[in-house]
Design a protein around this ligand. Sequence first.
Ligand code: PPS
Length: 164
Amino acid sequence: MAAFHHHPSTDLRRLFHCLTIASFLSILCFSLVYLLTRCCESELTDNSEINVPTPEFLVSGAGWPYGRNGTSVIKEVTTTSGEVVFSGHSGLEANSSGKEWTAARRLPQALIIGVKKGGTRALLEFLRLHPDIRALGSEPHFFDRHYARGLDWYRLKEGMTVAQ
Ligand SMILES: Nc1ncnc2c1ncn2[C@@H]1O[C@H](COP(=O)(O)OS(=O)(=O)O)[C@@H](OP(=O)(O)O)[C@H]1O
């Protein structure tokens, strides 16, 4: 019966080759992961079309008409599944439709969020009955379709006019 013995230097050489290949593969993997994460990051941050709200906007609520003159409260609601905007104002003379509105264009004060066929339209119609609440006739789909157009587009949507 023949017994084969490897020379120690041959074993060492094999071990060295294995380690070299393993190191090379590790570096390759890390490089690929790094490159991929950098690409994704830049895709997310370099989209100049998307207007990310500034911290000042979020903290101060600029553009949000809560308690503007100390007496009035504007109520605006948007639904998403569809969104529909409500806007209203208390303490004003009503027009023939029971609501009075001036030309100030505001962002909605509230959103109704719901899945398709979740009954958001019914909720909207019930809320619309309130004289201080105004709603868009059609859903602007700002968040799901037109977000990249920015808040100005949203604010200028027909029907976003509210009392002031
Ligand atoms: N209170 C209550 N109880 C049970 N079901 C209700 C209720 N209110 C609305 N609905 C039903 O909800 C469906 C409309 O949902 P949406 O307004 O979300 O529709 S949409 O996705 O925006 O088109 C619509 O269902 P379909 O008639 O099957 O289309 C409504 O009948």
